[in-house]
Ligand binder design. Structure first.
Ligand code: AMP
Ligand code: ZN
Length: 506
């Protein structure tokens, strides 16, 4: 079956084919780097990651560009408040975004580029628009004359006839001939960063950044453009106007918009104060892979309401998959294989792919895999699972993970690597474990990262498990129980399975 995607431009689900050969060129609006991204932003970024992963899964080569908006009203204001040069200020949040992306297993776009590295290209595009009569100057700024672009509104289907003169479409602006018009180049203001050039001292408007970076890295016409639904108007509408007015060619063919992550039915947004950053949730001891799972389990065009209960459920579902994989790899099964189980695995793989082909229906894709997990567990419990069934089931899980990217429990290692968790140097005696329990908690790092002080490193845990096993072997069950309890106090859960003792962090 072909991949079908809902295209905001045509308001239809359409069969997807790249413009050219086997390569898919995607532009994704990236974050404005004045603060840590919140998990609402990451809902959109996770969706975009699933999109690129699935395209690759289907054998396409992906060329993705993502911008970093490192100059706008907010970045400028916040940099000034922090007393820092704009580039130094935004560098902190660019680094934070890179760490967050890695924690959430987001693949790195082929081009992850800063707006301020493209100012001459922006000036050039604005000049092209000026030559073609699409712009006018006002008070040192340059505006795009929307009425000159006949297709304006084709993406968002917005009816602009009702917009009164004087009403503001875009708060970030100065004097305009028409309220629909938007700024391409903003005249320098006292005390703000600016760039000199043919347009006079000033800085770019937000929309022009994306047109320039998209066309620079992907060509004048490319395959997919995406962002959250709030970007369809005016941002994406303006990108289309600028780009198509300049080139006379279609800009992006498919426009994909992710619905918002909500909190109590309202959009999660910085301005509403109802948001959590990834770091906030890490400080509350939630795992990045569980957060990724939560953000990926609802298809991108459906709203998703964030609750802590939902996050707990996500963690549990993920554990179920991990437990199943553990059984598949560690348990002993009789030799042979079963035609029926083989057919089930094949059916699950097909249902998984059909679901993703259907406008990236992640919920259905998950359901297909969970049905297989249920079948597999039942067969194992009944003694009907055979050694030869193992690889087929494992392959479905591996395929699932190529898209969902959360099966591997990499959280602890990454949190240590990025300094969110600091393992205590465990020295001499085991009697310190209860002191260590008291040390579990959160301390705020200076960089807002929050430092979780960990109690036990992997090697300590494994040593304790060995001690418990040897206590059990020698019949000292009270000692074995004590070790289990101590580990539990230190956030480590033990599971005795047929294949041995398995541990995980809470
Ligand atoms: P920004 O940093 O505001 O430029 O936004 C970065 C991306 O996050 C854009 O694609 C937005 O559309 C998206 N976004 C913002 N808020 C939410 C939300 N609550 N849920 C999903 N996506 C969002
Ligand atoms: Zn953009």
């Amino acid at each position: 079956m072909a991949l079908r995607l809902y295209n905001t431009l045509t308001a239809q689900v359409e069969e997807f084919q790249p413009v050219e050969g086997n390569q898919v060129r995607i532009y994704t609006c990236g974050p404005t780097v004045y603060d840590y991204a919140h998990i609402g932003n990451f809902r959109t970024f996770v969706f975009q990651d699933i999109l690129r992963r699935y395209l690759r899964y289907r054998g396409y080569e992906v060329r993705q560009a993502m911008n970093l908006t490192d100059v706008d009203d907010k970045t400028i204001r916040k940099a000034r408040e922090a007393g820092l040069d704009l580039r130094d200020f935004t560098a902190t949040y660019i680094e934070a975004f890179e760490i967050d992306r890695e924690l959430l297993n987001l693949e790195t776009p082929e081009f992850l580029v800063r707006a301020t590295d493209h100012i001459p290209d922006m000036i050039k595009l604005i000049q092209t628009l000026a030559d073609k009569g699409y712009t006018y100057p006002s008070d040192g700024s340059t505006y795009f004359r929307v009425e000159r672009f006949k297709d304006y509104g084709k993406l968002s289907k917005i009816d602009l006839s009702g917009i009164r003169a004087g009403a503001r479409v875009d708060a970030d602006e100065y004097d305009k001939a028409n309220p629909r018009d938007f700024v391409l180049w903003k005249a320098a203001k006292e005390g703000e960063p600016y760039w000199d050039g043919a347009l006079g001292p000033g800085r770019p408007g937000w929309h022009i950044e994306c047109s320039v970076m998209a066309m620079k890295y992907l060509g004048e016409t490319f395959d997919i453009h995406s962002g959250g639904t709030d970007l369809a108007f005016p941002h994406h509408e303006n990108e289309i106007a600028q780009s198509e007015a300049a080139t006379g060619k279609p800009f992006a063919r498919f426009w994909l918009h992710a619905e918002h992550l909500k909190v109590n039915g309202e959009r999660m947004a910085k301005s509403l104060g109802n948001y959590f950053t990834l770091r906030d949730l890490i400080q509350k001891n939630y795992k990045p892979t569980a957060i990724r799972y939560l953000l990926s389990e609802v298809p991108f065009r459906k709203p998703l309401n964030f609750t802590f209960d939902g996050l707990h459920q996500a963690q549990k579902s993920l554990e179920r998959l991990r437990n199943f994989r553990y059984r598949l790899t560690m348990e002993k099964f009789p030799t042979g294989s079963s035609a029926e189980l083989e057919a089930r695995a094949e059916g699950a793989r097909k249902a998984f792919e059909d679901a993703l082909d259907d406008n990236l229906n992640t919920a259905e894709a998950l359901a297909a895999v969970f049905n297989l997990v249920a079948d597999g567990n039942t067969a194992m419990d009944r003694g009907e699972f055979r050694d030869g069934d193992r690889p087929r089931f494992l392959e479905v899980l591996e395929r699932w993970d190529r898209i969902f990217g959360s099966l591997e429990d990499t959280d602890h290692a990454k949190l240590v690597r990025f300094g969110f968790i600091k393992p205590l140097q465990v020295g001499a005696s085991d009697s310190r474990t209860s002191d260590r329990a008291a040390a579990v908690g959160v301390k705020s790092g200076d960089d807002g990262r929050g430092l979780l002080v960990e109690t036990l490193g992997d090697e300590d845990i494994e040593r304790q498990i060995e001690a418990r096993n040897s206590a059990r072997r020698s019949g000292d069950f009270p000692a074995a129980d004590r070790i289990r309890q101590e580990l539990d106090q230190n956030g480590v859960i033990l599971e005795d399975t047929k294949a041995g003792t398995r541990w995980k962090r809470k």
